[in-house]
Structures are given as C-alpha cells and as structure tokens.
Design a protein around this ligand. Structure first.
Ligand SMILES: O=P(O)(O)OC[C@@]1(O)O[C@H](CO)[C@@H](O)[C@@H]1O
Length: 345
C-alpha cells in the first residue's frame, strides 16, 4: 500500500489575472479551487491511475473539512489528524503570463497532535511505501521527516521524499528509495552557478545526492526533460512531450505518482521514468491534476516522440482507440511554443 503524508496541505486557489500590477486592484478572468499540498496531489493522481492509496497528514478548520470531504468524494482513503484551532491554508496561484504563487504558512501544530500523527503511522507494514512531501509548517521541527522515518525504521517500509532544501538534505541520510527535486532546487542546494537547466547539467548533483544516501534520484527539468540516476548507477534521460502549458501546479507531484504507480507494479526504471514524465506533462497541460484520458494521450505522444516501443503493460492500459487518435493530434501540436513556468515541474 502507498501512503502519502502531507503535513501542510492546502486548498489551491488558482486565479487567472489578465494583468498583474503590484499596488493596484487586479481582476481575475476566472478562478478554480483544488485540493492541494504535494502528498494530496500524489494521492489524487495515484487514484486516477487506480492505485489504491491512503492520504495522511494534518488538517484544521473549515478548509480542512472541505479537503477531507473532497477526498472522500473522489474515493481516496484518508487518515488526517484534525487540529482544534486554525485552518488549513489557502495557497494562491496567480496564473498569468508567468505563474506567481503565494503559499500560506499553515496552522500551528502542538506536540500532542504530532504524537497523534506518529501513533497513526503504526498502521504501516512491511512492503508499504510512505511518501513524505511538501513543506512543513513553521511550528514543526526541520527534521520532522527524519523523525517519522526513524520511528518507522527497520519495518521494511520504503520512503519517498520530495521536499525543499535542507529538509531534503537531512532526509537522504535515511536512504530513501526515491527523491525528486527539480533542477532549480538542486541548483539552490549546491549553490550552482550557472543554474543547471538540463538533465545532463543535473547529473553531477544527482550523483552527490546519491552519495549522500538517496537510492534513486529523479531530477525534473521542466520543458527540458528529466533525469533518473537509479540505484544501480545507471542514468536515464527522458525528454518532455510538448504541450500548451495550462497550470504547472502539481506537475512534479504527478511525476512522483506516475513513477511509483509503475515501479510498484513491476515496470523497469527507464519506462517508469517515461511514464512519470508523461504524467507531469499531462498535469501541466490540465486544469488541476491530470485526468486519465490526458495521461493516456501524453504518454502515447511521448513514446512516439522518442521513437520507442511502448511496453505492453502500458499499452494494454491505454483505455481506448479514441485516446490513441487524440495522442496523434497532441503530438502534432509539438510545434507550439511552450509557456515557461517559474520553477521546473
Ligand atoms: O508550500 P509547499 O508545501 O512547499 O507547496 C505547496 C504547493 O505549492 O505544492 C503543491 C504543488 O506541488 C500545491 O498543491 C501546493 O499549493
């Protein structure tokens, strides 16, 4: 079973302003509300791929209630500690010519609630995967992920960590099965100058992260593709299918979900990376986390672009002929100019 942990979930309020002038009232042309936070995005995409999983974490207030109800309606099992005060944050995503995000700090969490969460984690068993991802509210210690991994150590549980900066560096000491920073995060961690932009640029940094303890390292590089340095030391580099960018929020989370969905079902690392890349791109081309039909289209387009044969296990899973035809149409859009997001996927 895959468990995702979101210590600081959010409602993502995506607004589409036509212009953005600081110091003035700006008007949005449309807006949407999604359940967010990295782990919740991963659970949402896993669910879309029919991978049964449990979303865990901490919620508060009316926004937290909304989030749990929405997960329930989507058929995603959840196990959240509820705080008595405060509210789950609302992260504002201003999706204009470039994406600008303002993420909330999150509610204050007492030690009692942390202990309650740790106790709930005792349901995890040997063979389970725990995905620790996203920022940690200020009131929790920087080494929170390490505390969780230490508590579960020796029980045959595999860890996946996708976290910013120091949090990630601390976590690799626990030898996680997978980490997935993007190229900008890797550049900031190692104070790289110039910033690594391509999978090739990121390879030396992925090697350092592996030397630090991570088993498999994926580095996503937005429109430039992605890199996997696997636990056997083999490097895999995959391009990105070209699509029109709609909303980059959750694209990196979708990669993690796509990769896990496939490796837990026995697919080899190289093809799992291709599938992961397609899932990230599909979300970038969607409003909210990608739906299955978009993933099917993008994965077909990516295999075509790479001139690669699609493994039977993926091909058998592409739901219908219509998706195949649409995939061809999407591949033909490859000449469209891609809008750039401020961070890699
Ligand atoms: O503030 P954090 O925890 O670093 O990031 C939170 C967040 O920006 O990440 C997700 C996309 O990956 C969004 O759903 C969410 O709003």
């Amino acid at each position: 079973m895959i468990y995702t942990m979101t210590l600081n979930p959010a409602l993502d309020y995506v607004m589409h302003p036509l212009t953005l002038d600081m110091g003035y009232t700006n008007r949005s042309s449309s807006e949407e509300l999604y359940c967010g936070g990295n782990g919740i995005n991963i659970s949402t995409l896993l669910n879309e791929l029919d991978v049964v999983n449990v979303a865990m974490g901490i919620v508060a207030g009316f926004t937290g209630e909304y989030l749990i109800n929405e997960l329930q309606e989507a058929g995603i099992a959840s196990n959240f500690v509820k705080l008595d005060r405060g509210y789950t944050r609302i992260n504002v995503k201003l999706n204009g010519i470039v994406m600008t995000m303002v993420n909330g700090m999150g509610p204050k969490i007492s030690q009692k609630k942390v202990d309650e969460l740790l106790d709930r984690m005792d349901v995890l068993q040997s063979g389970d995967t725990l995905v620790l991802t996203g920022s940690i509210p200020n009131s929790l210690p920087e080494d929170m992920y390490n505390q969780i991994m230490a508590r579960l150590a020796g029980r045959g549980i595999q860890f996946v960590v996708d976290a910013p900066g120091q949090l990630l560096m601390e976590s690799i000491k626990a030898h996680p099965f997978l980490i997935k920073p993007n190229n900008h995060e890797v550049g900031r961690i190692f104070k790289a100058d110039p910033m690594p932009e391509t999978p090739e640029d990121c390879l030396p940094y992925a090697q350092k992260l592996q030397e630090g303890g991570a088993r498999n390292v994926i580095v996503s590089c937005g429109g430039n593709g992605s890199l996997l340095l696997d636990e056997y030391g083999t490097e895999h580099m995959v391009p990105t299918a070209r699509v029109r960018l709609v909303n980059a929020t959750g694209a990196g989370d979708s990669m993690v979900a796509g990769f896990l969905a496939k490796v837990t079902r026995g697919l080899d690392y190289e093809n799992a990376l291709i599938y992961a890349s397609a899932c990230g791109t599909a979300t970038a081309a969607s409003k909210g986390i990608a739906k299955r039909s978009t993933i099917d289209r993008v994965v077909t387009a990516l295999y075509k672009k790479m001139g690669r044969e699609m493994p039977a296990s993926i091909a058998d899973d592409i739901k219908n002929e219509k998706a195949r035809a649409e995939a061809q149409a999407l591949a033909a859009e490859g000449n469209d100019e891609e809008k750039q997001s401020p961070e890699g996927a």
